[in-house]
Design a protein around this ligand. Structure first.
Ligand code: MRU
Length: 336
């Protein structure tokens, strides 16, 4: 089966696979307009914590391709627009801040576009390397050939490289340590049944899609050996924000005595967050819950609680895998 490219910078343009159309259509967005990239992040055409950071870094670069002005005011305008797109994935702010410090140091350089682009490519390249190291470190959590359950999407679509949790699963599969993957469909935007299924299929890993509410039943029937998910922001004490429904899984794992692992690059650790209480949680438009593909599925006047993320407390996490290591409790990321 042919492979795919999720995020690429080519001929001075950012090329993104449109994740809202997958897996039915493989269409690409090609742009050198930072506003278009901001909209792509808002619409989840590009999504997943590391991928959002990479896209934002390229967006800053293209904003300086043919700029009408090279001033701190213009940089801040672009920075603030990108920073306003999504609040939870810290990789976005981490990448924007890296771009800002390069800009601040080189504001008077003759080719600021090339300098910013070099930093964006570096951020992208580092993520590719982190994904491989993560996959390798993740092998430590497997004892035998296992059935794995995962939530949301954490592969090539969500990162610059082979993924976070997905990279662990793929490395383990290649080492004959994965029997079957259960992909939570991941309500309401179906990152599991659309995107993780697409990636698992491309990678040739046996899988099935299940509704989010099936996880407890699967565990009760001893069909799950471990649960592995990504994260959008990890606090110093190990509390981890991830797609809504992740906390449910951690609680279920605790009840059923199943290991629960979080996987993320260290760019996902936010040293400004002492605990999960400090993590800003995104709320989405109620249309994502009360309608499906523009068709109402309930009455528009009904109130909707459309949170996109939850926070899993550190005491429910068996281990956190980064590109540096498999970290075991008690977690303390203050010096990472
Ligand atoms: O709203 P999304 O699709 O951007 O949410 C993404 C997730 O929750 C992923 O699990 C997370 O970014 C993992 S990082 C690869």
């Amino acid at each position: 089966m042919s492979d795919f490219t999720s995020i690429e910078f080519k001929d001075d343009k950012l090329i993104l696979i449109d994740q809202t159309k997958l897996p039915i259509y493989e269409e690409y967005i090609s742009t050198d307009d930072y506003e278009r990239i901001a909209v792509a992040i808002e619409r989840l055409e590009v999504r997943g914590a590391p991928a959002i950071g990479i896209a934002a870094a390229y967006a800053i670069s293209v904003a300086f391709k043919n700029p009408s002005e090279i001033t701190l005011e213009y940089f801040d305008k672009v920075y603030n627009r990108l920073a306003s797109t999504r609040p939870t994935a810290v990789n976005l702010f981490w990448a924007l801040d890296r771009m800002k410090s390069v800009f601040n140091n080189k504001i008077n350089s003759s080719n600021i576009y090339k300098i910013l682009l070099r930093e964006a490519i570096k951020i992208h390249q580092e993520d590719i390397e982190m994904c491989s190291a993560i996959g390798q470190n993740g092998l430590k959590i497997f004892k035998d050939k296992s059935n794995v359950l995962t939530h949301c999407n954490t592969g090539k679509l969500a990162t610059g490289g082979s993924g976070t949790a997905f990279s662990v699963i793929q490395h383990a599969f290649k080492n004959n340590l994965v029997n079957h993957v259960f992909a939570d469909e991941t309500r309401p935007l179906l990152q599991g049944s659309r995107l993780t299924a697409f990636e698992l299929s491309k990678a040739g890993i046996p899988f099935s899609i299940n509704s989010d509410s099936t996880a407890a039943f699967l565990m009760q029937k001893s069909k799950i050996d471990l649960v592995i998910t990504g994260s959008d922001r990890i606090a110093i004490n190990g509390d981890a924000a991830n797609k809504i429904g992740t906390y449910n899984l951690a609680v279920l794992c605790n009840y059923h005595k199943i290991p629960f692992y979080i996987v993320a690059p260290t760019s996902t650790i936010d040293k400004n967050c002492l605990t999960g209480e400090d993590i800003k949680i995104e709320f989405r438009d109620k249309k994502e819950l009360n309608s499906f593909r523009s068709e109402m599925i309930t009455k528009s006047e009904y109130d909707v609680y459309a949170t996109a993320f939850d926070v899993t407390p550190h005491n429910l996490i068996t281990g956190i895998i980064t590109e540096k290591d498999l970290h075991l409790p008690p977690f303390d990321f203050s010096n990472i």
